[in-house]
Design a protein around this ligand. Structure first.
Ligand code: PGA
Length: 249
């Protein structure tokens, strides 16, 4: 098993700015860098910083290639709570990214088409040369993407049933209408194929799961602990999220 790199910042904004600076350096070296992307509360400060860099420091993200981790299923692409809508609103349009280079699994495919759709999605990642960097958040239950507890290290892209805590946290976004019971997600195996992984976790509510993922047993009970199968993982934390680690960085 591998020990991850741990970086702790005083605020989510400071940690997010450090990740944005890495992305800026990546696209300076290689404008068409290929990055795996999360949604949720965690990456919002990162995406806001990428927007600021585009507007105030003329950083050009137009060649950046993105592959999102997951999407609700079924969901209309235009639904206000879809991850496609989130990415368009939070990053792609305001940061001046090229929407044609930003990929996300479609929540509109029929159940019988999901396997083929996700196979094509994996193939598109391979054709782009693979993910150079996978960015992740972590769920309160240790999920990464929609890989809920019980997801195996060798799991591939697939349809999954969402955990109760995942649906509960999404309730506000759905504004009273029911949260989908399922999602489609890249698997743990897809995530582990990235050359490098950065996991962001902010806030005291994440301290316990961060501890389990980094210092607990490597087990599918905490899917993020399976990241210790990968040799190049960096955790970007704020002080509250790091507070239960014995190896405080
Ligand atoms: P959050 O979700 O960023 O909204 O806390 C994290 C995740 O589920 O990956």
């Amino acid at each position: 098993m591998n020990a991850p790199h741990l970086h702790t910042y005083s605020t989510p904004q400071a940690g997010s700015a450090a990740v944005a600076a890495e992305l800026r350096a990546m696209v300076a070296r290689q404008p068409q860098a290929v990055v795996g992307l999360p949604t949720g509360g965690t990456p919002q400060a990162l995406y806001a910083e990428m927007v600021r860099l585009a507007r105030e420091e003329a950083v050009d993200w137009t060649s950046l290639v993105g592959f999102n981790l997951d999407e609700y299923w079924p969901i209309d692409a235009a639904h206000p709570a879809s991850f496609r809508t989130f990415m368009r609103q939070q990053l792609v349009e305001p940061a001046g990214c090229d929407a044609a280079r930003f990929h996300i699994p479609s929540g509109e495919v029929q159940r019988s088409e999901i396997e083929a759709h996700l196979g094509e999605y994996q193939q598109a990642i391979r054709q782009a040369g693979g993910l150079q960097l996978q960015l992740l958040g972590i769920g309160l239950n240790g999920h990464i993407g929609f890989n809920e507890p019980g997801s195996a290290a060798d799991s591939e892209a697939r349809l999954v049933e969402l955990a109760a805590v995942t649906r509960e946290r999404a309730r506000d976004q759905f504004g009273g209408s029911p949260v989908p019971t399922h999602g489609i997600t890249l698997g743990i195996a897809d995530i582990l194929r990235a050359q490098r992984i950065i996991v962001m976790a902010f806030g005291a509510e994440k301290s316990s799961v961060v501890h389990s993922a980094i210092e607990g047993e490597v087990s599918d009970a905490c899917p993020a602990s399976l990241l210790r199968h990968h040799a190049n993982v960096t955790w970007v934390l704020d002080t509250p999220a790091a507070s239960e680690l014995s190896l405080m960085s």
